[in-house]
Ligand binder design. Structure first.
Ligand SMILES: Cc1cc2nc3c(=O)[nH]c(=O)nc-3n(C[C@H](O)[C@H](O)[C@H](O)COP(=O)(O)OP(=O)(O)OC[C@H]3O[C@@H](n4cnc5c(N)ncnc54)[C@H](O)[C@@H]3O)c2cc1C
Length: 530
């Protein structure tokens, strides 16, 4: 197989075929809310994207070709532009405006662990930076190449490494290559009667290697566990050599080296395979909508069910603003103050028993059932959201998300603190934003908070506007006891707050590990560590 074409549109999410639009009512509501009068700005024409001349020397290019083959190195305009940035709001603002200044000099598509290892050895010797690239759906600046002080920058796209290496139906484990997209993972496991049960909103394009490298969480992770809870074994190619960790159900062999690699965001090396805990494909998937009178009451209901170990696999609570806006976006009336979606997966008997226990908690908290249709509707719209974001950008609306988590005891403080910070920072720049939030991941000790915010774009100062909101929110997260990221990872954007999360000595320990595995510092510079 030769190097494939980019999977997503170079300027936005997904492919044209699947793009969806906001209903007129929702567009009008947003235009009115933000006093938007003009028609907005489409992305620049592809030929107008500004791309630097490639800096890779002929010698290094030739040796890369010797390793992967001529067909597996691309330095054409489309490949370079499509691998310049991820899919965060500032990434989209930049690429839509034609800014591809940080494009890689070449995109290399290895087909095996050995090829990856050879590429890293060469690039380390030649001081060429390497950015691993799965689906490119990073929302924290994780796939933007940096070349300051280096000879050149390449991106390593893992699309050709997308096979099932082994499935073990006795132990319920599967070993997969990193370039498998979410649907490919389910296709390969489905043929064995298995599922990974990992469905982040970026599932259609994000990859297994990306999930593991960012510690992602999916829609049903309350039930199945986050990806970091599912990884049992790993193989990492680093510039200094290979680390092979066999799949083990548990171990007391010192500190967890597996845990160092999971979430390493390409800064230590390339994950070339992972063995994961999988489950039998569920016979039944049941989703229900519920409505509750306030955000606080909903949070209490979730805490009670989680701490009693009665939570559903999918547990989501939207605050009042998110409930109203989502209803408008899907062309429906809001069902009440706060929408809850709960979902269970598995064998019919077990699903029924678990659902009865979850429902009891909801009823005790005063929630009212809306039925299965309301639950499945929320699921159907799940993968359409990113397309609507592209449409909003085209209308001149700033739309960004951020996420955190904290203990139940501080959850309301964090919710209020981040909301106030976002409203304060954006209002101070002259536009009152809409800020909304949901909970989607529960733990006995706490929960995640996922904020979305919308404002009129400051034309010509879009990135400054974003930076002001993002900085205020991150400072508030730290001040109110939250993690700087619950599942989006660190990338470039959260690196300045890493010291506050892990402490200076923690940062030094991570730097020491990086220095040992990547002595030339070529692996995804600027990511993870400030
Ligand atoms: C619309 C949208 C919705 C999203 N929804 C969710 C969600 O529900 N849950 C969630 O957790 N995240 C979500 N994300 C964030 C993102 O999709 C996840 O971080 C995802 O895990 C990234 O996977 P990817 O394959 O696209 O990785 P990429 O974006 O390609 O890479 C992400 C990071 O991992 C590194 N990397 C990739 N592959 C490897 C590898 N094999 N070895 C070493 N490093 C590697 C990259 O260098 C980079 O630092 C969303 C993003 C978008 C745009």
């Amino acid at each position: 197989m030769t190097a494939p074409d980019p999977r997503m549109r170079w300027w936005g999410w997904g492919v044209d075929r699947d793009a969806t639009s906001l209903p007129d009512r929702a567009r009008d509501m947003l235009r009115q809310a933000f006093a938007i009068e003009d028609d907005g700005t489409p992305p620049v024409a592809f030929e107008d994207v500004r791309l630097p001349a490639p800096a890779l020397s002929d010698g290094v290019r030739e040796r890369l070709v010797e390793i992967v083959g001529a067909d597996a190195l691309r330095d054409d305009r489309l490949a370079r532009v499509a691998h310049t940035l991820g899919k965060s709001y500032p990434d989209l603002v930049r690429i839509r405006s034609g800014d591809a200044a940080s494009a890689p000099d070449a995109v290399v598509y290895p087909a095996s662990h050995e090829e990856v290892a050879a590429v890293l050895e060469l690039c380390s010797a030649e001081r060429v930076t390497v950015t691993p690239f799965g689906g490119g759906s990073s929302v924290v600046g994780g796939v933007e190449p940096r070349r300051d002080g280096f000879a050149a920058a390449i991106t390593l796209d893992l699309a050709r490494m997308d096979g099932l290496i082994a499935a073990d139906p006795v132990s319920l484990t599967a070993t997969l290559e990193p370039g498998c997209s979410g649907p490919r993972v389910e296709e390969l496991l489905g043929a064995e009667g298995l599922t990974l049960g990992h469905f982040p909103q970026s599932w259609e394009y994000a990859t297994l290697g990306g999930f593991v490298a960012t510690r992602s969480a999916g829609r049903a992770s309350t039930g199945y566990g986050r990806i970091d809870e599912l990884v049992l074994g790993l193989r990492l190619a680093s510039p200094a050599g290979t680390i092979d960790l066999p799949p083990l159900p548990a171990s007391a062999a010192g500190p967890d080296v597996r845990g160092l690699i999971v979430g390493s965001e390409g800064a230590l090396g390339v994950i070339t395979s992972a063995t994961l805990s999988v489950r039998p494909k569920p016979a039944v998937k049941l989703n229900e909508g519920w409505v509750i009178d306030s955000w606080q009451a909903g949070c209490e209901a979730l805490r009670a069910m989680e701490q009693a170990r009665d939570a559903a696999d999918v547990c989501r609570l939207s605050d009042e603003t998110e409930t109203a806006l989502n209803a408008a976006a899907s062309g429906h009336e809001a069902p009440g103050p706060c929408l809850m979606v709960v979902g269970w997966e598995g064998e019919p008997d077990r699903v029924e028993g678990r659902a009865a226990r979850t429902r009891r908690h909801l009823e005790e908290a005063g929630a009212r059932p809306l039925g299965e249709e309301a639950g499945s509707r929320a699921g159907q719209n799940y993968y359409a959201g990113p397309y609507l974001r592209d449409e909003l950008l085209g209308m001149g609306v700033m739309v960004e998300t951020l996420e955190t988590a904290t203990t139940w005891a501080r959850l309301q403080e964090l919710y209020a603190g981040v909301g106030d910070a976002l409203r304060g920072a954006l209002s101070a720049r002259g536009t009152d934003p809409l800020v909304m939030c949901h909970i989607s991941h529960l733990y006995p000790s706490g929960a995640s908070l996922y904020f979305s915010f919308f404002a009129r774009q400051e034309r010509g100062a879009e990135l400054e506007q974003w930076r002001a909101a993002k900085t205020a929110a991150c400072d508030a997260i730290v001040a109110h006891g939250g993690t700087i990221t619950h599942h989006h990872a660190v990338g470039h954007d959260h690196a300045p707050w890493m010291g506050q999360e892990v402490g200076e000595a923690g940062l030094e320990a991570l730097r020491a590990v990086k220095g040992r595995l990547d002595p030339a510092g070529i692996m995804n510079p600027g990511t993870l560590l400030p």
